[in-house]
Structures are given as structure tokens and as C-alpha cells.
Design a protein around this ligand. Sequence first.
Ligand code: AMP
Length: 227
Amino acid sequence: MPSRIVLMGAPGAGKGTQAMELAKSLGVPHLSTGDLLRGAVAERTALGLRADGYMRAGQLVPDSLVLDILKERIDRPDAQHGFVLDGYPRNMEQANALDAIIPIDLVLVFTVPESELMVRMTERRICPACGRTYNLVTLPPKLHGQCDVDGTELVHRTDDRPETVATRLRTFHAATSPVFDHYRMSGRLHSIDATGTPQQVRTRLMAAVHAADVAAAAPGRSAAHPS
Ligand code: AMP
């Protein structure tokens, strides 16, 4: 099974939910740079205080700050046998920095039409306690405004507000196109149709992970693990 996996896709493409479940089923940690940065902001660490303004504005946090927080996380013992990385890399500088730290086996790109992304993000609500994500239209909580798991009051992330979402989508497209090309050229990129129900997306995701594994095991060269 490929064990160092990157999930990519525009904000709101549904990576977070799927990354958490994929990591669980592979028995590796889910590393989200967004979560790591939000944690640093909440704890008011020096790094968090510097990242806060960029995040509120829907802009990328400077590469060196994100790399520091990611490196520290990848070095922890639980990530030594693999991870599902979500939210990184977002530009070529980050892709090159990641290549220099650790080899990535497989990059899965979630594709969703832009109009649907807008609705998904502005309707998104998150449990601040357990991180579970809801959508008021497609995946509402059982009780209005409360997490199904722990009853915590759900929050609307400040960077999921419509004006910030538009900035985030523009930033994403400008910066990540070359990153897709980079991974495509090295044969590690697979696209996943991320429309439909979370279960449908999960099925497609698992099929892609298994296909990469089969390809890696096949004699000769493979698409996901080029020799
Ligand atoms: P996310 O939860 O992945 O949507 O990230 C939320 C915010 O955290 C982004 O809008 C950025 O401000 C910041 N962020 C997360 N990952 C990165 C990254 N790889 N590079 C720069 N900024 C990031």
C-alpha cells in the first residue's frame, strides 16, 4: 500500500473528511497544515501569531512558517511509517521543499466544479472540539448547530465566509497548477472525481489507492511508483 500520500484539491473539495478516514483505514496519521496552523493560532505560539493575519485574509501563510510546522510534525514517531498529508504542498516552492524532506508515493487530486465549491464552503460548519465537518445543505448535523459526536456548538470558520472563499479559490488556482504538472510528470498524480456523496468519493479514493498499490507491485515500471 502506498503509505506517504498527499491529497490535493481546491478549498472545499472535501479533502479533510476523506483524509481523516483514509488515514484511519491505512493506520497512519492525518497531517493537515491548516489544522496544524489553526492549532498554533489557538495556542498563541510565536508561529501562530505570525500566521493568524494571513489565514484570516484567506492568503497563504509564508512558506518558511508552514515548512517549520510541517517538518516538526513529520519527524514525530507516529509519522515514520507513512501519513496522509492534506493542505500541502500548495505551490512549487512547497513541492520542492517536500521532495527534499521525504519522498511522496502518491498524489490524489480531488476535482469539483467551481460553482459547487462555493456552495460547499459557505455552507460548511466545523466542530471545534473533534474537527468533524458538516455542510448545512449536503451533510447537516442531526441537531441544528451541534456536533453529532460530542454536542459541541458548530462554528463557521472565518475563512469560509463568501468574500474570503473567492480569494482562496483564486490563490489556489494560480499557485497549484504547476504543482499538478510536477506530480503528473513524475507519474504520481491521480485525479479523483470528488462530486457526489462522501461514500461515493471514498469508494473512488480507495480504488485509486489500491490501483496504485497493484501498479507498484506489478513487474516492470508502475504509474504511481516510477522507477
Ligand atoms: P486549509 O484548512 O487547508 O483550507 O487551510 C486554511 C488556511 O491555512 C489557508 O487559507 C492558509 O492561510 C493556511 N495554510 C494551510 N496550509 C497552507 C500551506 N501549505 N501553505 C500556506 N498556507 C497554508
